[in-house]
Design a protein around this ligand. Structure first.
Ligand code: SAH
Length: 343
């Protein structure tokens, strides 16, 4: 029998499992606490668990582990990028960034991606599989162990499309925020999506208090469809309407991410169209100079970014320019994994 992935179990599920192996329910809370608060990596470290129960745990469950196969540290700003090897030999990337308010981590949610955005390195070699809840969680736990830092905010902006792995992402959110476990408030979590409209609506109903970021990157259907195939499925009007629904259901401000590409989406006309599209929504625009990807010919001058921001300012749209971190370690996602796996 395959051993169960214990780090993917919620407390309620763990209680059920513990009853099934003939133990008392309260043990589940103790074990959950060892796993998610003290973050032990072996059942044998669970000191208040009797030896015979530890043996049963070893027989029935496994505590997954991710191996940091490569660690790159930026000499400019201390940003650290990990290439983690999963138990089955696949790889994902995780980035740790220091801000004035604490340490933030960018985690992956899938191995590869099926969304096909033209500017993105994570999707070039296609999709392999979804990450388990434990594999998303472990990017945080292992990075805390490896860096000695406590992580205070999490962004789901690494490899993969979080809303295409919806159930496992929800389970991850439950685990990371559990008061009996790691206890991170979901106010400190951001989910970034390319725009899977039905899932945005489902997420809105859950009112989780997290921040939703939309990878918009264009202001009309023609240019958005050229770079983001998802736009053929859910047109920009549908996406914006789902965003309005999200804001009104949750009361949370939404973030629009806009990666500027010279000659593609960065003219004054683009800024005007963008302003008209999102005016009146409780939102904030995050401008990103596009990261170079070897296979693509995209680039941006900082001058373009600044003048796009100036245009938006004049049009009354709140925008900031994302700080570029880890530029010397190629912190944009997907490239390390591709080198490691030769894909
Ligand atoms: N699939 C999700 C999350 C992963 S991508 C999403 O689409 O939002 C995280 C962010 O990085 C997205 O906004 C994505 O559009 C952006 N991104 C991808 N490649 C980029 C590049 N080369 N330069 C700048 N931003 C990029």
């Amino acid at each position: 029998m395959d051993k169960k992935d214990i780090l993917s179990l919620s407390l309620v599920q763990l209680e059920e499992e513990i009853l099934l192996i003939g133990e008392k329910k309260f043990r589940a809370k103790q074990i959950f606490n060892w796993l998610h608060q003290k973050k032990v990596t072996s059942f044998d470290d669970m000191q208040n668990i009797p030896k015979d129960l530890r043996t049963k745990l070893n027989d029935n469950f496994k505590i997954y582990h991710l191996e940091a196969e490569r660690t790159l540290k930026s000499k400019i700003d201390g940003t650290v990028k990990y290439l983690y090897r999963l138990e089955d030999g696949n790889h994902v990337e995780t980035v740790l960034m220091d801000y004035s308010y604490g340490t933030s981590i960018c985690v992956s949610t899938q191995v590869g991606c099926k969304m096909g955005c033209k500017f993105c390195a994570s999707t070039i070699a296609g999709f392999r599989r979804n990450l388990e809840p434990s594999e998303i969680l472990l990017q945080i736990y292992e990075s805390e162990r490896n860096s000695g830092k406590k992580i205070s905010s999490v962004v789901l902006m690494g490899i993969g499309e979080p809303l295409d792995n919806f159930d496992n992402v929800l389970k991850f959110l439950e685990l990371i925020s559990s008061p009996e476990g790691n206890g991170l408030s979901l106010r400190h979590v951001t989910i970034s999506t390319c725009g899977i409209v039905p899932k945005i609506k489902e997420l809105a109903e859950l009112k989780l208090g997290l921040t939703l970021a939309i990878s918009l990157h264009a202001s009309d259907n023609k240019s958005r469809s050229e770079t983001m195939p998802i736009n053929n499925r859910y047109h920009i009007e549908e996406l914006i309407s789902a965003c309005k629904g999200y804001v009104s259901k949750t009361g949370r401000r939404i973030t629009f991410e806009y990666a500027l590409i010279d000659g593609v989406n960065s003219s004054h006309e683009d800024a005007k169209r963008l302003a008209n599209l999102i005016r009146g929504i409780n939102c904030h625009v995050n401008l990103i100079p596009v990261n170079k990807v070897a296979e693509r010919n995209y680039s941006t001058h900082m001058k373009t970014v600044q003048s796009f921001k100036d245009s938006l300012d004049k049009l009354g749209i709140n925008a900031t320019i994302r700080r570029t971190l880890g530029s010397d370690i190629n912190a944009s996602c997907g490239q390390l994994r591709r080198n490691a796996e030769n894909i």
